[in-house]
Write a protein that binds this ligand. Structure first.
Ligand code: PMP
Length: 311
């Protein structure tokens, strides 16, 4: 279990993490009316510094998700960036860190009836950070094909990171683990490949990367976008197109992308080897490149890095 660091931002200021609590009446707890982000900061080798990866992009997605749920953030994106930087420097952690901003429907406004409406509640913002090292296995992961379907965007705002929608992801990953897999690949309502429980999916065919398009009901991952840019630099093709489950089994390589998992090889899907059942060269190359990039050792992408001095 990851150790939580000492401070959290909660409601309107920094408090010791143990004081960052909500009452049981909090609407977001009842109806999943909240949004969140997952951001990573890595220790920069040889420097008293954390490198936060694509902080602005994560917080812009957070702000967009908030708008959809009628959550009024008390801060704009620049202020949120400053807030995250302050949280990290207050915590002073010299280990890789996961940052979790969370905004949610909070308390019933005076004179309002309780209910499921997005209106009539105040909004709250909490940001926590905890030490979390690399948990992506170099040897790759084994995935099931989930019996749970990724909901269509007509049912839930799957392009936003809304807390309530993650019940689907939780059920899928639970089912996968119960069957002995590491993760689940979910199909959309048309039977096409959508994504894994918290990561996007890529297939590699020769020198080309293939990944489902946004209308396959995916979350448009920031790591997915990073891989698009790295692919161009490495001379690999990149195409967004619908994939069937069989396309994954026919691929040379399959990998997952996400803030948590980075670039992670998939070596088995639903009891069958992917390619020769070992991480392939394209995935391994991208994985290395991404690993160095997020640790701030690639000059070409300095604009993606927010450097925070940690005591
Ligand atoms: N899909 C889902 C459902 C996710 O939760 C995540 C993690 N945020 C991703 C994809 C990957 O997104 P990102 O690369 O922005 O972390």
């Amino acid at each position: 279990r990851p150790a939580t660091t000492a401070w959290a931002y909660h409601l309107d200021g920094f408090v010791p993490i143990a004081e960052a609590t909500v009452p049981v009446t909090t609407q977001g707890l009842h109806y999943g009316t909240g949004v969140f982000e997952g951001i990573r900061a890595h220790v920069v080798p040889g420097r008293p510094e954390l490198a936060v990866f694509r902080l602005r992009d994560h917080l812009e997605r957070f702000a967009r998700s908030c708008r959809l749920l009628r959550i009024d953030l008390p801060h704009d994106v620049d202020e949120l960036m400053a807030l995250v930087v302050e949280l990290l420097s207050r915590n002073g952690s010299a280990s890789d860190t996961y940052i979790r901003p969370l905004a949610y429907k909070y308390r019933l406004l005076p004179g309002t009836r309780p209910g499921v409406s997005l209106r009539g509640n105040s909004d709250a913002l909490s940001v926590i950070a905890f030490a979390l090292g690399d948990y992506s296995p170099t040897a790759g992961v084994r995935c099931s094909i989930s019996s749970w379907t990724r909901p269509t965007g007509r049912s839930l705002p799957v392009r936003a990171k809304a807390t309530g929608a993650y019940l689907n992801n939780a059920l899928a990953v639970d089912e996968a683990r119960a069957a002995g897999y590491d993760d689940a690949i979910l199909l959309n309502e048309r039977g096409g490949v959508a994504e894994a429980s918290t990561a996007n999916v890529f297939a590699v065919r020769g020198e080309e990367l293939l990944t489902p398009p946004p209308d396959a009901d995916i979350l448009e991952g920031i790591t997915r976008d990073t891989v698009r840019v790295l692919a161009a630099e490495l001379g690999l093709g990149y195409a967004e197109r619908p994939l069937q489950p069989a396309d994954l089994l026919l691929a040379d390589e399959v990998f997952l992308t996400g803030t948590g998992l980075g670039v992670t090889p998939v070596v088995e899907i639903a009891g069958r080897d992917v390619g020769d059942g070992e991480p392939g060269p394209v995935t391994t190359g991208l994985r290395r490149r991404y690993h160095d990039l997020v640790r701030g050792s690639d000059d070409r992408h300095e604009h993606w890095i927010t450097r925070v001095r940690v005591p």
